[in-house]
Design a protein around this ligand. Structure first.
Ligand code: ZN
Ligand code: ZN
Length: 318
């Protein structure tokens, strides 16, 4: 735990007992939205299998754009910049990146950051909002349907909302969060009429769901901890190692985070999760499989971001 994290942990977290997240109020509109998204994905897969694609290029581009723009916004801005303050940049760039992150419908920036900060404060202990200790599905997605109302959480929300860019993003969140449902049908209709409008909308929702599950996998799949001893040899098999990663050290008591190359590749570096728990403020990790690393280094060189927290050499094991 960095000294900054340690001091926040001491002054903010230790003032409150670990929150009991299972007793929080469910966020029913969010739950309804998530159910609707998954029903649309099921329909889209059924339709693509049976009817094929009207325009495969347009559908693939739509799906890839929603996942890539949203996933990069979440990893680069919500996670590294807002939650962990790994670097700084201009107001307008923070607004733009927050708008990208909103495409994945993972919640408003202050809420996302406060929830993730709670995860770091209590990693895999009582008070962690999403640990597989409470069940794999709880960590993966059920955790997100609760509101998290407690004094600690409110204090973190207030802190993040001191940033005018965060207040701006919260004000216009609904516009950006609904773009995966408004832009693809509009563009599709003008390019190819109703058939392309429907297909691009379905592709967009599939891209959105892929982005959601990849982020959620960091909390579930990337927190499975050590494998049982009799199958631990699997970690050394290159192909399997790519998908399940490895656990090399316990960062805090009970911590289950792992490094996972597959997740790191498709979540813009977030899958290097054991390295991240070892050095949370680092803007990237120095090992491979962190696409975010090259973006951070390039933008720092160009002067677009600054005050970059480079990783401690000892934090990287991937
Ligand atoms: Zn974690
Ligand atoms: Zn983090």
């Amino acid at each position: 735990m960095t000294s900054v994290m340690a001091s926040v942990f001491k002054t903010v977290v230790m003032d409150w007992p670990p929150p009991k997240y299972h007793e929080q109020t469910p966020n029913l509109p969010f739950l309804a939205g998530m159910i609707a998204i998954h029903l649309i994905v099921a329909f889209a897969i059924f339709r693509f299998i049976n009817n094929g694609f009207y325009n495969l290029t347009a559908s693939a581009a739509t799906m890839g754009s929603v996942w890539a723009l949203g996933g990069f916004g979440i990893a680069f801005y919500y996670h590294r910049m807002l939650t962990h303050e790994g670097f700084k940049s201009w107001f307008w760039l923070r607004c733009l990146l927050g708008a990208c992150a909103s495409l994945l419908n993972q919640g408003k920036p202050a809420w996302w950051a406060a929830l993730h900060f709670a995860h770091h404060s209590y990693s895999d202990r009582e008070g962690d909002p999403h640990t597989p200790n409470n069940g794999f599905l709880w960590a993966h997605c059920i955790t997100y349907i609760f509101k998290y109302e407690d004094p600690y959480f409110e204090a973190r929300l207030k802190k993040y909302r001191e940033d005018p860019a965060v207040r701006w993003q919260e004000k216009y969140y609904i516009i950006f969060a609904t773009m995966p449902f408004t832009i693809p049908p509009t563009v599709g209709f003008f390019l190819g009429g109703w058939p392309l409008a429907i297909e691009m909308t379905l592709a967009s929702v599939v891209g959105l769901a892929a982005g959601l599950h990849l982020t959620w996998s960091i909390n579930s799949w990337d927190h499975i901890g050590k494998l049982p001893p009799f199958i631990r040899w699997l970690e050394k098999t290159p192909v399997i190692n790519f998908f399940i990663g490895q656990k090399t050290r316990e960062i805090t008591p009970g911590d289950r985070s792992r490094n996972n190359k597959f997740l790191s590749t498709f979540t813009f570096g977030k899958g290097n999760h054991e390295d991240h728990h070892a050095d949370p403020q680092a803007a990237y990790h120095s090992g491979n499989w962190d696409i975010n690393k090259w973006v951070v280094l390039a933008l720092e060189r160009l002067g677009i971001i600054w005050d970059v927290k480079h990783p401690k050499p000892t934090s990287t094991k991937n």
